[in-house]
Design a protein. Structure first.
Length: 614
């Protein structure tokens, strides 16, 4: 990028014909000042536009990003100035003036088309590598959200990856194309000696513009084509063009289902574990690791708890479209539906609107109606991806996030680690919150979300034992260790006897490299564990199910009788009723979920009404 910027400097200096060396130094100094000031201004404006209050501070702390933004800004501005100055100096010739305007428009359009083409390809490649098994639903939703509360490493990765590569590519191609055309023009005039008449000049300008536009379209088309190839044509086709009647045939509107709560209502502790998979257990237990990274969770699963599994060993839920990211996983497990943004619906609305999936009817809605006190505790900004909107609008949860912790002096005002604060603090704050909730007369629903095991590589703290060569393995093992101590504390509390605990991964991990050595025939699944349930399951092993089935299963574990054992697209796993994936087959179920659903768009996303289906 600096090379490109320097080339522009040289061109500008040559064009201005500044001969005294001192003036050249003066111009370069002014340009350097302009680089820094423009980078600072652009980054500050970008931070405000993206609603990231600390983006300015973050970007300015990175020399690489500062130089990249400065070079980009300077390069583009100098290029425009160069063309404008050429145009100004040739105003005495109307034909040449018109040609300069035409040239300026042609090259600008060419730059835009090549940049968009490069960005299409690099963004798709970055997204697939960055988000692993996440499907197009998850990716479109995540990338469309305001970035407030996001991990800075993801922002930095995109800026230094697709965006920077696309800028370098488009500017380099622009310069190479301009240089090539000038050479062709030079040799053509030398060999033919054609007089530059008005009609010939206009024809040449037209052909030059047509050539640049055609080349730009070719680059854009190639970029889009290659980007689509990254996702797979079948998935893209299903997302945009195919429709499903899955909801008309199988969706059970929870608002219309008869639910019978026990006379003494049980408390609920629901723990979403970031990227927690059954894969992390040992091969002997059903996982893919040499050593068991989850000794505490597997101990509970093998003794007092219930782990619903896809095998006859420890396993979990299959990941299906629309649930493979945090907020999508939380919606799936609490409302029995995926979070999809197809059908032309503006995905950004989920993070900003006052109506987050108004047609959904979640466990929060149900428990609020039954008089539960409900709290969501997370160590990050709840505003990210609209999580605060979902939990306040579906259950009126008391949101205790990173911002709450600062406001209530749980952490210093300037404290920020990873996504907010680390899980070690989260578990300590959860004890404080549970003690508070248990002191009240109403039953409680305490929901929490961990974050240390988020990709890439997880958060390694000074207290994380270094037992394995890979950082991610150490982070996963430490997360299990912290959770084990927390569960032991809960079991000693007076409220435990009347409390059911549900532990589940929010989705499969998106770490791009950690799973590269897995056998091709191994199926990664989302871990789940039920503790102190009030009901015994009919069948635990060799089940085919998704995380949406945890919704009615959680209510069943609280002792709630569900008419028909179906809520949303989920089935009560404690019952003997087949899940939808077991009835249709996992492949067909996933295919149907990948497609657009007019019913879903109308009745759940827009919430026009509740229609009971069979």
């Amino acid at each position: 990028m600096l090379i490109v910027s320097i080339l522009f400097f040289i061109l500008l200096l040559k064009f201005l014909k500044i001969k005294p060396f001192i003036f050249k130094i003066l111009v370069i100094g002014l340009l350097a000042v302009f680089q820094i000031s423009s980078a600072m201004l652009l980054t500050q404006l970008l931070g405000q536009a993206l609603e990231i209050t600390d983006l300015y501070k973050f970007a300015m702390s990175s020399v690489v990003i500062r130089l990249a933004v400065a070079s980009l800004t300077t390069g583009v501005v100098i290029f425009i100035l160069l063309l404008l100055m050429q145009h100004t100096l040739s105003l005495n010739n109307k034909q040449r003036s018109a040609g300069k305007i035409s040239t300026f428009i042609s090259y600008t359009l060419y730059l835009i088309l090549t940049f968009l083409g490069a960005l299409s390809f690099t963004s798709a490649a970055w997204t697939k590598n960055r988000f692993g098994q996440a499907g197009i639903d998850e990716i479109v939703y995540t990338l469309s959200q305001p970035l407030a509360g996001a991990d800075n490493s993801q922002i930095e990765s995109f800026l230094l990856g697709p965006l920077l590569k696309s800028i370098v590519f488009s500017l380099s191609v622009l310069f190479a194309t301009w240089f090539f055309i000038r050479i062709l023009q030079f040799f053509y005039k030398k060999t033919h000696g054609v007089r530059d008449t008005g009609s010939r000049h206009r024809l040449r300008s037209f052909l030059k513009g047509l050539l640049l536009f055609t080349l730009g379209l070719a680059v854009l088309g190639a970029g889009i084509f290659s980007g689509v190839q990254q996702f797979g044509y079948a998935e893209v086709k299903a997302y945009f063009f195919e429709t499903s009647e899955l909801y008309e045939n199988y969706y059970k509107d929870p608002a219309s289902v008869q639910l019978e709560f026990p006379q003494t209502k049980r408390n609920l502790i629901y723990i979403y574990l970031e990227s927690m998979e059954a894969t992390y257990t040992s091969k002997k237990l059903g996982g893919a690791e040499q050593d068991n990274l989850l000794p505490n969770l597997t101990s509970f699963a093998s003794t007092t708890g219930t782990n619903f599994s896809n095998t006859d060993l420890i396993g979990g839920a299959q990941q299906v479209p629309g649930v493979g990211f945090t907020v999508g996983g939380m919606v799936a497990q609490s409302a029995g539906i995926p979070l999809k943004v197809s059908g032309g619906y503006n995905a950004n609305e989920y993070g900003n609107t006052t109506n987050f999936m108004p047609g959904a009817y979640s466990i929060g809605d149900i428990l609020e109606k039954e008089g539960y006190n409900q709290t969501l505790l997370i160590g990050s900004d709840a505003n990210f991806s609209g999580r605060d909107k979902y939990f306040t609008q579906h259950g009126n949860y008391d949101i205790r996030d990173y911002n709450y912790a600062k406001k209530n002096n749980w952490i210093p005002e300037d404290y920020h680690v990873w996504w907010g604060y680390e899980d070690e603090k989260l578990f300590e704050f959860s004890k404080r919150t549970l003690t508070e909730l248990a002191s009240k007369t109403e039953p409680f629903n305490f929901t929490m979300l961990t974050a240390d095991t988020h990709f890439p590589n997880g958060l390694m703290t000074e207290n994380t034992p270094e037992l394995y060569s890979q950082q991610y393995s150490n982070v996963i093992h430490f997360s299990d260790q912290m959770l084990g101590k927390f569960l032991q504390w809960v079991q000693k509390q007076p409220f435990y006897d009347n409390t059911t605990i549900v532990i589940a991964g929010d989705h499969l991990s998106m770490d791009p490299t950690y799973f590269k050595d897995l056998p091709n025939n191994y199926t990664r699944t989302v871990f789940n564990l039920f503790l102190n349930s009030s009901i015994d399951p009919k069948q635990v092993k060799n089940r085919t199910f998704s995380t949406m089935d945890l919704y009615p299963s959680t209510l069943a574990a609280l002792g709630v009788k569900i008419d028909g054992d179906r809520l949303g697209l989920g089935t009560n796993l404690f019952s003997d009723k087949q899940t939808i994936p077991e009835k249709l087959g996992l492949k067909e179920f996933s295919t149907e979920l990948s497609q657009r659903s007019p019913y879903y768009e109308k009745n759940i996303m827009q919430g026009s009404d509740h229609l009971n289906t069979k």
